[in-house]
Design a binder for this molecule. Structure first.
Ligand code: ZN
Length: 163
């Protein structure tokens, strides 16, 4: 296979993400993540920065919000009754849940606040509106399988978690 990251490469990487307020999220103390290059698994700005890189390469990318998770839409916050969620679901702020639109298309929403019978949901990604500073190290790479390309995401050795 090619030794440079291109569409259809499954890339394993460690990342450290620093936000504008100085808060840091890192995989360094845990398992690296895997993503399928060229399929929108990661933010566009980071995907561009990783194009053509190889194992051991370290990449720094400063990604404005527009090339990251997009601007924050103030209308994205909505209050909905608790009864709209399954009774057994344990809802807490910061949680991501799957919602379904009228056509049955599934999309992610985030729980912003739970107050009694009212739940505030946020349609914005938690990192929307944030300028992102990534430091990334490419740990491993391999060619995606045909099934992974069809699904648009990498599979663990046990197969696909999603379906
Ligand atoms: Zn899959």
């Amino acid at each position: 296979m090619s030794d440079a990251i291109t569409a259809g490469t499954v890339v394993t990487l460690h990342y450290t993400l620093t936000l504008g307020d100085g808060s840091v999220d890192s995989t360094k103390d845990s398992e690296p993540i895997e993503y399928l290059h060229g399929h929108g698994n990661i933010v566009p700005g980071l995907e561009q920065a990783l194009e053509g890189k190889g194992i051991g390469d370290e990449v720094q990318a400063e990604i404005p919000a527009d090339e990251g998770y997009g601007p924050r839409d103030p209308d994205g916050l909505k209050e909905v009754p608790r009864s709209q969620f399954p009774e057994e679901a344990e809802l807490e702020a910061g949680m991501q849940v799957a919602a379904e639109d009228a056509d049955g298309k599934v999309f992610p929403i985030w729980i912003a606040k739970v107050a009694g019978d009212q739940v505030t949901i946020d349609l914005n990604h938690p990192l929307a509106g944030e300028d992102l500073k990534f430091e990334v190290e490419v740990v491993a790479m391999r060619e995606a399988t045909k099934e992974e390309i069809e699904h648009g995401h990498p599979h663990s050795p046990d197969g696909c978690d999603d379906h």
